[in-house]
Design a protein around this ligand. Structure first.
Ligand SMILES: [Zn+2]
Ligand SMILES: [Zn+2]
Length: 371
């Protein structure tokens, strides 16, 4: 039962979660067949409505809970619940954020009507998968369809250009965004700085960063970080979740409260022995990479993603992929190790970090070591 509660709390911690979840519990519709039957036994039996379904699917998207999301999708089909624009958009977003971009595309293409939100969800989904060309293609279709792009659309477009190294395309879309009267946010500026840096235009990137509205957000950020340090406030701790049989398990570095902690430690040891036999040496200095401070200071071998991957190796069998979701950016060392694990254990590992997906297969990553 502990894991049922864990899954519930993970869902509840999310945006609309609390209220939605209360409604689901009341309606007898819940996240797992096991929970569902136990609630059905309790004698509640009201049908879930579309609003609560959109909420739960969005929660699955945020948590990266693919199995639960798929289960709800199947439930919707089984019950012949009418899938409207909003529900379809939620499904596109869920599949994209849970790593199934093909399924997201399939649903999106079959949507009879699409609004700005639907188009944007697809574009952002393609962008986080590093599919820059596809994102731009969908964007031009969006313009042809006369749907109005919004600030989210441009976060998708600009980040797609940045990841794809498409400098002139990115600049063109930046101008287009300003033309449309969309006020650039910190995120848009971040994408542009990223884009220019990747294009080797470091000076331009620097000037661009300086051109951001005053007070300069970059300065402000480092100022805030410094203040937090002074006051002893810790940055957000790294946390990685993995879904096993419809239950979310959350791992935080140094937290060994998981009931299977001993087995996880043994698996970690096995991983360590096997990756070292390939000649791997840990690289503690991740200074050159954009790693969150909190993570940098800690022992890399126990980063939360390592625990989640170890748990995945322990609880699942090939050819099932190991899918994990991390709230921060993956550090260089964990990225290297995950590549080696994918080869040594012959397992596909899909990591969603704060900004993008990494798909590790046979010793390489889909990001081509660029994130
Ligand atoms: Zn790490
Ligand atoms: Zn990668």
């Amino acid at each position: 039962m502990a894991f049922v509660l864990k899954a519930c709390s993970a869902i509840m911690a999310l945006e609309e979660g609390q209220q939605v979840h209360a409604r689901i519990l009341r309606s007898g519709f819940t996240l797992n067949p096991y929970v569902q039957s136990s609630l059905a036994n309790a004698g509640v039996g009201i049908e879930p409505d579309e609003v609560s379904l959109v909420g739960v699917i969005s929660a699955c998207a945020m948590a990266g809970a693919l199995d639960i999301g798929k289960w709800i999708h199947a439930y919707i089909n089984k019950r012949k619940i009418d899938i409207d624009l909003e529900l379809n958009t939620a499904l596109v977003n869920m599949y994209a954020k849970c790593g199934c971009i093909e399924k997201a595309k399939e649903i999106f293409d079959e949507m009879p009507v699409k609004d700005s939100k639907a188009w944007s969800s697809m574009i952002v989904g393609l962008a986080i998968h590093g599919l820059a060309e596809d994102a731009l293609e969908v964007f031009s279709r969006m313009e042809e369809a006369k749907a109005k792009p919004n600030h989210v659309t441009f976060i998708g477009i600009l980040s797609a250009c940045a990841r794809g190294g498409l400098v002139s395309e990115g600049k063109r879309h930046w101008s287009r965004m300003l033309e449309l009267g969309i006020e650039p946010s910190m995120e848009h500026y971040g994408c542009m700085v990223d884009l220019l840096c990747r294009g080797g235009l470091v000076d331009e990137a620097y000037n661009f960063a300086l051109s951001t509205p005053s007070p300069n957000p970059w300065e402000k950020m480092s100022h805030v970080r410094k203040k937090m340090k002074e006051k002893g406030i810790k940055a957000v701790p790294g946390c990685t979740s993995i879904e096993i049989d419809g239950f979310l398990h959350e791992f935080v570095m140094g937290d060994w409260s998981h009931p299977e902690a001993e087995e996880i430690k043994r698996t970690l040891k096995d991983v360590s022995v096997r990756i070292h036999s390939t000649g791997y040496e840990p690289c503690v200095s991740s200074v050159l990479h954009n790693v969150d401070d909190e993570e940098k200071e800690n022992s890399v071998s126990e980063h939360s993603e390592r625990l989640a991957i170890a748990y995945g190796l322990l609880k699942t069998k090939a050819p099932a992929a190991i899918r994990i979701v991390k709230n921060l950016t993956v550090c260089w060392d964990c990225h290297e190790v995950t590549k080696i694990i994918s080869k040594v254990y012959n397992r596909e590992i899909i990591v969603r970090d704060r900004v993008r997906f990494h798909k590790f297969v046979n010793g390489t990553c889909s990001c081509r070591d660029y994130w």
